[in-house]
Ligand binder design. Structure first.
Ligand code: NAD
Length: 494
């Protein structure tokens, strides 16, 4: 095929390019060179994010001009960005994903020709669809006491539904057959369980696909035992982060794994790997992952033919094993980024033995079309959990809180420490920290249908009494929807 065909007649799509940190600029330059040689219909708009931006004191790591550029173009190709560790700057990657609500992280994992691993020949060809903006990665964290840290795991019905719908849309676009939902619903019944429930509710609309649910730890196990059984896996943010790295390891590692981050209004394509500071600036980095992300970008803009030309040139380069970078070659036989890039360019127009998959444009559905959630007919407030800091033993604390609850609309149900009931004592051997949850149940439940603010006066009264004696950290309302508890019980209760 002539890669130069129609080059002058094609309208170019503007894409924001972020060269990033470490090996980022090297793999970006290699990718751009290959795309240019293939006459890809893309016009780049260069933009800044990451380490240099943090150094200037901007804690988001992404300047306004970069956000504006991505907003205008709706498309970005991004090299890895360094994340400051610990306190201080936020992850610039997470900033970008959250700013543009890029909720679907698509991570294809396919055996590549010439990349030999212990799993070669097993026919691994799957896509992990990871929820990208909710879960513990929302980064809502607070120290509760000087020794107790808390991270809120927020998962929402619309968040679960749109990622599940995205997984089915992807399965359809790539003519895949099987969608697996992987969760930890057996332990986190309300958060991870929500994703499982939404999957089961939405699934019947897509009856052309085989569907099943798997517990995430078994999913990790099955990915190693029999990875070929998976086609599309949809999962929550942290689960997806971990299993997609694991899955990338099955086919040759992070150095070759691409991903896209899709939202309703923007799409960002990137390598899964980081900035590899150890080899940065040495011209040794493998650009395969970013190039593969650029191939996903080409398909996203419906440039299917150029995408296939570049993909086949990459496949044949890997298959023939000439001029591969050090990470893919026997020790001492690797070439640099530039020589590998030249080889891919030389192979443009050639085809490998591994055909490109079937792809059509992936259409995500916008929020108004979400249907899984239905409002309950009745909603009531039945109690509160008050999290408080105390150095007291559990007996003394429990008795004191029982006394405080007297003459209030509440009674003390129990006290727990790190999710385990410690008052009334259960005989368990719980290690105590200075952070307790006291569960108070209302003597009379308060209906919340008329106003979800009902009951706040009663709560304030109790909390004021508690505050006179103890330092409380936060309060959680205990609700019942349609007569069912909308909260979990501590271990050992009842
Ligand atoms: P890393 O992915 O940068 O490196 C892991 C290992 O893989 C290293 O041995 C590295 O040399 C090698 N490697 C990675 N990409 C390669 C390539 N293209 N060619 C050859 N070898 C390659 O992970 P890390 O060291 O944990 O992270 C380094 C930095 O990157 C951190 O600041 C981290 O926060 C950041 N990071 C960014 C992203 C992103 O931008 N999406 C993703 C992961 C990590």
């Amino acid at each position: 095929m002539d890669a130069n065909a129609d080059a002058d007649t094609v309208t170019k799509t503007k894409v924001t390019a972020l060269p990033g940190d470490g090996i980022g600029p090297e793999v970006m330059q290699a990718t751009m060179r290959i795309l240019e040689a293939a006459n890809a219909p893309i016009e780049w708009e260069m933009a800044e994010a990451g380490a240099e931006v943090f150094k200037k004191g901007l804690i988001t790591g992404v300047p306004r001009e970069t956000l504006d550029s991505i907003s205008r173009n709706g498309l970005a190709l991004k090299s890895p960005l360094e994340t400051p560790v610990g306190f201080g700057g936020k992850s610039a990657n997470v900033t970008l994903r959250k700013h543009f609500e890029l909720y679907a992280n698509i991570r294809p994992v396919r055996e590549l020709p010439g990349v030999t691993t212990p799993f070669s020949g097993r026919g691994i060809d799957m896509v992990i669809v990871r929820e990208n903006v909710e879960d513990v990665y929302a980064g809502i964290e607070h120290m509760q006491t000087t020794t107790v840290a808390q991270c809120l795991k927020l998962m929402t019905a619309p968040g679960c539904e749109r990622i599940i719908r995205a997984a089915f849309a992807l399965a359809a676009a790539e003519e895949r057959k099987h969608v697996t939902c992987a969760t930890k619903a057996n332990i986190m019944k309300l958060t991870e369980g929500l994703m499982k429930r939404v999957f089961e509710k939405v699934g019947p609309e897509f009856s052309e696909f085989k569907q099943d649910h798997i517990i995430i730890d078994n999913c990790a196990h099955q990915l190693v035992i029999a990875p070929e059984q998976f086609d599309v896996i949809v999962t929550s943010n942290m689960n997806g982060d971990i299993i997609s790295d694991l899955a990338a390891g099955l086919v040759g590692g992070l150095g070759i794994a691409p991903s896209s981050n899709l939202g309703d209004h923007a799409a960002m394509f990137e390598a899964v790997h980081g900035s590899a500071p150890q080899i940065a600036g040495k011209g040794l980095a493998n650009p395969t992952a970013l190039l593969s992300a650029a191939i996903m970008l080409l398909r996203h803009i419906s440039a299917f033919e150029v995408a296939e030309t570049v993909e086949q040139a990459l496949f044949i380069t890997l298959a023939e094993g000439k001029n591969l970078t050090g990470d893919l070659s026997p020790k001492g036989h690797g070439v640099g980024t530039a020589a590998f890039t030249d080889q891919v360019i030389a192979n443009l127009g050639r085809s490998s033995n591994l055909p490109s998959r079937v792809y059509s444009k992936l259409e995500l559905k916008a929020w108004p079309e979400l249907t899984a959630h239905t409002e309950p007919d009745t909603r009531e407030l039945v109690g509160i959990d008050v999290f408080l800091e105390s150095g007291l033993g559990s007996e003394e604390l429990g008795r004191s809180l029982e006394e405080i609850a007297q003459d209030t609309p509440f009674r003390l149900n129990g006290v727990s420490n790190r999710g385990v009931q410690v008052y009334p004592a259960t005989g368990g051997q719980t290690f105590l920290v200075d952070h307790f949850a006291a569960r108070f149940m209302l003597k009379q439940p308060i209906p919340l249908n008329a106003s979800s603010a009902n009951g706040q006066a009663e709560i304030s009264y109790l909390v004021q009494r508690i505050g006179a004696k103890f330092a409380w950290m936060h309060i959680e309302k205990l609700q019942r929807f349609d007569g069912k508890d909308a909260f979990e019980r501590p271990q050992g209760e009842g």
